[in-house]
Design a protein around this ligand. Structure first.
Ligand SMILES: *Cc1c(COP(=O)(O)O)cnc(C)c1O
Length: 478
């Protein structure tokens, strides 16, 4: 018995058909007008409608691709839809998305400089450009990792390693428990990082505007001393888009020698807009920062830029050593694997590089500014409507508001119907137990009219809110 195994790799009419068909689908999806938001299915429904079993025999191109398009892709939510307003959406530029396909087609191993020097050079240009935008020095270096969760973890590992070295140099015993400090509202990935690192994470109460300030952190530093190896300032909280008072936190370092990490996974891209740039004062002092291109930098899923003020401190913590790596760890150029918890990686910074190089930074500034303005406009509209209450003025592009008189259950019901009708994807959130709704606006195609029409559906009772409401056409081209 002989299976012709090379038929999967060799160029042949069959392979050409597979390549052309998949590219045709990708092309259609990229240029589609009138994108629908999509749906979320129960696993049991998908089991029932599944037509593709994985077995010894293949099912053939037509059946598999059809199943993907009709059933699988249809039961996913398009994070790039202009009415996707939950969590933090994605709004990749067309150039970045199509270039992501070019990256996939190129099979570049992005772990080591020698394997991907050209691509890594371009990624590093983006890292340098971001570092300059954030006011960091020339020595800044880093890489792209999968997401903010891995970025935060990698930065905190480097921070602790640095602190350990300082203890060692002084001939002192390490603290019994290492401590990192962040805002009570900081992202859940920090809790996850603390668990992985087996450290304590102290979440401090911010001021009444939700910003963590130096004065809020001082108490912890005085009580915990040098066990505090890192303070994490959030530059754009996930729930509200609040930026901590980074400058006042940075100032404390003249008294306490902690590593300042800035988690700007969502918000740091806001520095591209002159409207809010000054709110980030202090970022230039950070020892490390992260920002996710897949959020507000209009790149495709998934990528996080992790940047160290002093690249050597990242390398000291993360360089992997082994006999089978000897030939590459000796190279004078820095390798992406040296900066984070990862070895094999795709060059996930290239889609942003391509789009930024093609369109120029000014277009990015305009796009970020447009979404900040959109958030302000719809906040004013919310204030005009008596059945709504703005939770707080948006600092960046996240607008949180309450529907007066509705509980969490009613909001959830409303949200389901909004999605069923393909009008919008708006999931309820909450703050200190109080349910609210949230528009996370990062897509420059999201219009004021679209947002106002969503507010309209909140004016009646939950039952009435959907009667006669006309689904808004949500053409991606607008
Ligand atoms: C989204 C987010 C993260 C996590 O990033 P992922 O890319 O989802 O892993 C961390 N911090 C903040 C502030 C975020 O908004």
């Amino acid at each position: 018995m002989c299976v012709n195994y090379s038929r999967m790799h060799e160029r042949s009419p069959e392979i050409e058909e597979i390549v052309e068909s998949v590219l045709a689908f990708a092309r259609e999806r990229l240029l589609r007008e009138g994108l629908t938001i999509g749906a979320s299915a129960l696993e049991s429904d998908l089991v029932e409608t599944n037509t593709i079993q994985l077995g010894e025999e293949g099912s053939g191109l037509g059946a598999v691709l059809n199943h993907y398009i009709e059933t699988l892709a249809a039961n996913c939510i398009a994070a790039d839809h202009p009415a996707y307003l939950s969590f933090i959406p994605a709004a990749p530029t067309k150039a970045s998305t199509v270039f992501d396909m070019a990256v996939s087609a190129s099979s570049i191993f992005g772990g080591f400089w020698q394997a991907g020097s050209g691509a890594i050079f371009a990624e590093n240009q983006v890292i340098s450009w971001l570092a300059r935008e954030f006011g960091m020095p020339e020595s800044a270096a880093g890489t792209f990792v999968q997401g903010g969760t891995v970025g935060n973890l990698s930065a905190l590992v480097a921070a602790r390693e640095h602190a350990r070295r300082l203890y060692l140099d002084r001939g002192e015993q390490e603290p019994r428990r290492w401590v990192a400090v962040c805002n009570e509202e900081a992202h859940s990935s920090l809790t996850s990082a603390a668990r992985v690192m087996d450290i304590d994470l102290i979440r401090v109460q911010p001021d009444d505007k939700g910003q963590m300030r130096g004065s809020d952190v001082r108490g912890v530093l005085e009580a915990q001393g040098t066990a505090v190896f890192a303070v994490v300032a959030t530059a754009g909280s996930t729930n509200f888009g609040i930026i901590d008072d980074i400058a006042s936190i940075a100032k404390l370092r003249s008294e306490f020698p902690f590593w300042l990490h800035v988690d700007g996974a969502y918000g740091l891209a806001g520095m591209l807009s002159p409207l809010v740039r000054t709110d980030f004062r202090g970022v230039e002092e950070a020892d490390s920062v992260i920002v996710d291109p897949h959020k507000w930098l209009f790149g495709p899923l998934d990528a996080c830029a992790l940047i160290y003020r002093d690249g050597e401190l990242g390398r000291a913590a993360h360089t992997q050593r082994a006999s089978y790596l000897d030939t590459v760890t000796g190279s004078p150029e820095k390798s992406p694997t040296d900066y984070a918890i990862q070895l094999t990686r795709r060059v996930r910074g290239l889609p942003l590089w391509f789009s930024l190089a093609v369109h120029g930074a000014a277009a990015y500034r305009d796009a970020v500014t447009a979404t900040v303005l959109r958030a302000r406009e719809i906040s004013e509209e919310i204030k005009k409507r008596p059945y709504l209450r703005l939770v707080r003025e948006p600092q960046l592009s996240i607008v949180a508001f309450e529907r007066v008189g509705w509980d969490g259950g009613q909001l959830a019901q409303w949200s389901e119907r909004l999605l069923d009708r393909q009008q919008a994807f708006v999931r309820p959130s909450s703050y200190h137990g109080r349910p609210h709704l949230r528009f996370a606006i990062i897509n420059p195609l999201t219009t004021f009219e679209q947002l106002a029409a969503i507010l309209d559906t909140l004016s009646d009772s939950v039952e009435d809110s959907m009667v006669g409401a006309v689904p808004l056409s949500v053409s991606g081209a607008r």
